[in-house]
Design a protein around this ligand. Structure first.
Ligand code: DGY
Length: 339
């Protein structure tokens, strides 16, 4: 009997998804959350044929060096800036992500942050929980927030998540502007009721700016002090994309000095660390990178990652055709050292 291929799962995952993997593989799944060092990653990946990894696992050339066994790395996330795709491709390793299955949950969450930041939900709750309501003589003009309905929404990065955010804006009777590398097809623009503008027009005109860009070296600090200075002081910034797209220190300063009204942030530069100034600001609504975290969506992401590993290692109906491979060229040319 030939031994089953080995698969490492770097973080605890739904038992039924692990059971699907175990039908084909000898599965080593981490039972507790743990941040793996580069050395640990290198060691773990050296002994397996496939891996399911999380956004905190940085898979780069150094981690892959000397690895002649690994054939597939499935990322639990649509964003894959934790993967060095060139290094994986050079090593003949298939990489995959989890696009589409999370679009609607992330779009929902962008709205949750927008509304919470506009209407000061977190600060008001902190105040209430601190027992400050009784005896406060709360005034009619306390806790005033910003209007959302009828305002202008801007979306920077108009992929499928951005489009989902834009579609929801019709219910709030908002004007929608977007900026993207390329213009959307007319039909999609019509569906989203969205108009393409330059980045600086977007910054200057919107009341709410939602960032949905991928993190690339060019997008680092796409929103920094110069961009924040172009925005209305009454505007709200929402980042559900990636830490590092915003210069968090510049953002904290703008929020403190009243140059920007509020922010809703799900991602941070250097997370899980959060810039200490942001932690002190009542006009920043902060959450720990949970935009995709609904039961249905996280389960779909886990299953899609499993589908990719199963197919890449030659099992199941899609054998040899992992559904969301990021470097399909590896599949076409195959991997010399692993053939
Ligand atoms: C992703 O999938 O990239 C999201 O950031 C996860 O929540």
């Amino acid at each position: 009997m030939t031994a089953k291929p080995k698969v490492w799962v770097s973080r605890p995952l739904f038992p039924d998804v692990l059971a699907r993997l175990a039908e084909h593989f000898d599965v080593d799944a981490e039972a507790v959350e743990h941040r793996h060092s580069a050395d640990e990653l290198k060691r773990k990946l050296a002994g397996v044929d496939g891996a399911v990894v999380g956004l905190a696992d940085r898979i780069d050339a150094a981690v892959l060096e000397g690895n002649t066994r690994l054939k597939v790395v499935a990322n639990l996330g649509v964003g894959y800036n934790n993967l060095d795709l060139d290094a994986l491709t050079r090593a003949g390793i298939v990489a995959s992500n989890t696009p589409d299955v999370l679009n609607e949950s992330v779009a929902d969450y962008a709205w949750a942050l927008m509304l919470a930041a506009a209407r000061r939900v977190s600060a008001a709750e902190r105040w209430l929980r601190a027992g400050q309501w009784p005896g406060s003589n709360m005034r009619f003009d306390d806790w005033l927030g910003l209007p959302v309905h009828g305002r202008t929404l801007g979306i920077l990065g108009m992929g499928r998540i951005g489009q989902g955010i834009a579609r929801r804006a019709a219910g709030f009777d908002m004007r929608v502007l977007y900026h993207n590398r390329s213009r959307l097809p007319e039909m999609v623009e019509r569906e989203c009721q969205a108009t393409l503008v330059s980045k600086s027009e977007l910054l200057r005109q919107v009341d709410y700016l939602v960032l949905v860009l991928p993190f690339t070296p060019e997008n680092r600090h796409a929103i920094g002090a110069p961009e924040l200075a172009q925005m209305k002081p009454s505007a709200v910034l929402v980042n559900i994309a990636r830490g590092g797209i915003v210069d968090d220190a510049a953002l904290a300063l703008a929020l403190r000095e009243g140059k920007l009204a509020a922010a809703g942030l799900d991602v941070f530069e250097g997370e899980p660390m959060v810039h200490p100034d942001l932690l002190t600001l009542d006009n920043a609504v902060l959450s720990p990178h949970i935009a995709s975290a609904s039961e249905e969506t996280r389960r779909a992401m886990a299953n899609l990652a499993a589908d990719n590993v199963i197919a890449a290692l030659g099992f199941g109906e899609a054998a040899g055709k992992p559904p969301t491979a990021l470097n399909p060229a590896v599949l076409i040319r195959g991997s010399a050292h692993k053939a």
